[in-house]
Design a protein around this ligand. Structure first.
Ligand SMILES: [Zn+2]
Length: 215
């Protein structure tokens, strides 16, 4: 696996002065930002395939609980951007185990105003790390074009209306694509991206969320 690249000399020196610690439990780690023990406590979903519509597959890898939920919260709200690589490693294992083959990896986009507010798009960071580790092309063509309200607390009908026409796709994907999301909740965002993306992809679309919030 190419994820565990050789650490640069500067990083190695920094590691000597400030040995890397697991961001969840604080123990020393030799690689990544989450130790093997914490990763082993993460609950992988027994049934990761949520839905299958034609040539589109919706997956989530972990249950949004414990370590997985902590990783997402630290990444999104505590700005621990380095955790994108650990998330990418978990997803990369999932892709290999399920023999998912694609030439492209995309991500759930944010509006530029939303991205400025947070400072980054976590799904982009994960997709970008995956593009590097799996040696597949990063697809930047999925764009968010409409302001949407937070989906939390909205009824199903209101959620669908809220997200309707929120995405556009620029360009065309010859082959199959993976689309990365951090948390799968109701599926309305993934369904709406699929609606916009389906006519621009001639192969399979694999939505892969790192974590799933169960109702
Ligand atoms: Zn740990």
């Amino acid at each position: 696996m190419t994820y565990l690249k050789k650490r640069s000399l500067a990083t190695q020196i920094l590691d000597l002065i400030f040995p890397p610690h697991c961001l969840i439990c604080g123990k020393k780690v030799s690689s990544g930002n989450v130790c093997e023990e914490c990763l082993s406590h993460m609950e992988l979903l027994k049934f990761p395939l949520i839905e299958h519509k034609g040539k589109t597959y919706f997956y989530a890898v972990t249950k949004y609980e414990g370590v997985a939920a902590s990783i997402v919260k630290l990444l999104k709200f505590k700005r621990k951007k380095c955790l994108a690589k650990d998330v990418a490693r978990v997803i990369s294992n999932f892709i290999n185990e399920n023999n998912i083959k694609t030439g492209y990896v995309g991500y759930v986009p944010m509006l530029s105003t939303e991205e400025r507010e947070r400072g980054f798009n976590q799904s982009y960071l994960v997709a970008s790390a995956l593009s590097e580790s799996l040696d597949i092309e990063l697809f930047n063509g999925i764009k968010k074009v409409k302001t949407t309200e937070k989906q939390v607390g909205l009824s199903r009908a209101a959620r669908i209306k809220n997200i309707r026409n929120a995405f556009e796709v620029k360009g065309f994907v010859n082959g199959s694509i993976i689309v990365i999301d951090d948390v799968y909740t109701t599926g309305s965002t993934a369904a709406e991206i699929n609606r916009a993306l389906r006519k621009k992809v001639d192969g399979n679309i694999f939505f892969i969320a790192f974590s799933r919030k169960m109702d």
